[in-house]
Design a protein around this ligand. Sequence first.
Ligand code: HPA
Length: 272
Amino acid sequence: MSLYEQVKGTVEWLQERIPGVPEVAMILGSGLGALVDEFEDAISLDYSQIPGFSESAVQGHAGKLVYGRLSGKNVIAMAGRVHYYEGWTLDEVTFPVRTFALWGIKRLLVTNSAGGANPEYTPGELMVISDHLNLTGVHPLRGENDERFGTRFPDMSYAYDPEFRAVILKAGEELGLSLRTGVYAGMSGPSYETPAEIRMIQTLGGDAVGMSTVPEVIVANHGGMQVGGISCITNLAAGLGTERLNHDEVKETADRVRGEFTSLVRKTIEIL
Ligand code: HPA
């Protein structure tokens, strides 16, 4: 079966369980999945049930797709995602996004935890993603292009939709949050970067660094979706502090900012 037929099958599977097309799809990063508990009239589907969806083994990345109402809109959210570094192929990593695009969902809000490569950033801050650097060394659209998903050479000039970005910033302003805006540098992981790699990222114009998001955003653009992105800066990137980096610190910071983060997402959905 072609990837297109697989994705189409999953769209039909979801249509049998979920009424109507959600207005917004969200990918909730490490420690940020709790937002789905606030959905009204929720329909929750474990990734293990959904054809084509893969399940992460990483701690703090629960795997469920939840549909419901948030801030008066019909939304669908992935609580947890799978990563390239776990060994999944990029077709597997981006399968859910292809599903959302083919289903007809117009907007995708991606969130993640990231290290702050910009020396002005402090752990606990939230960054609106203005653009990304694909430093993963791989590309999710490599291979034969199926035009039913999108064009061979997709434009990435507005990979993070300017209007979507303005909405997130407005939501932040209304909530009295001081948000950063910056460029997300996507690495393949799973090791954290070396200090030399962080200096490279700074030279290239990267403000935050992480191990997700880039493949999903490329595929969303291929599928014609408007993308918004928020990074939770969970730690100083390597070499910017004296401490060694570890996943516990990332989870602790994400936990600490969860309240602000969820209010920002809720407000963004309301204004969209
Ligand atoms: N580097 C890469 N990925 C990350 C980091 C980091 O410092 N923090 C959270 N995810």
